[in-house]
Ligand binder design. Structure first.
Ligand SMILES: [Zn+2]
Length: 104
């Protein structure tokens, strides 16, 4: 069974967020199949099973470290809820600097 991408979203960093333009805020930037340059920015994406056909695949891909290939690690609280992401890779690659450079 082949699949066709009908919606794609990337988490982008708005590095000029906040009243003083000095805060970082993550947003989904979504593109739907057939939209040429249209994109929609939103804080959350809600997926409802009843709105998707059987066989739909949801995939989440984290950026991989360009030096060692590890995915960026989640930072978890005591209840295993994701509260952030590691600033540096285990090999010392600087994820925060990478995001700053990519989205500035
Ligand atoms: Zn690494």
């Amino acid at each position: 069974m082949n699949h066709r991408t009908v919606l794609r979203a990337e988490v982008v960093a708005d590095i000029y967020a906040g009243p003083n333009c000095d805060q970082v805020k993550n947003l989904f930037r979504a593109h739907a199949d057939g939209d040429m340059d249209e994109s929609i920015d939103s804080a959350d994406i809600v997926l409802k099973c009843k709105e998707l056909p059987p066989g739909t695949i949801i995939e989440v891909r984290y950026p991989a470290c360009p030096a060692c290939g590890l995915a960026r690690l989640d930072t978890l609280d005591a209840s295993k809820k994701i509260i952030g992401h590691a600033s540096k890779c285990e090999c010392s690659f600087d994820w925060d600097k990478w995001a700053q450079d990519k989205y500035s």
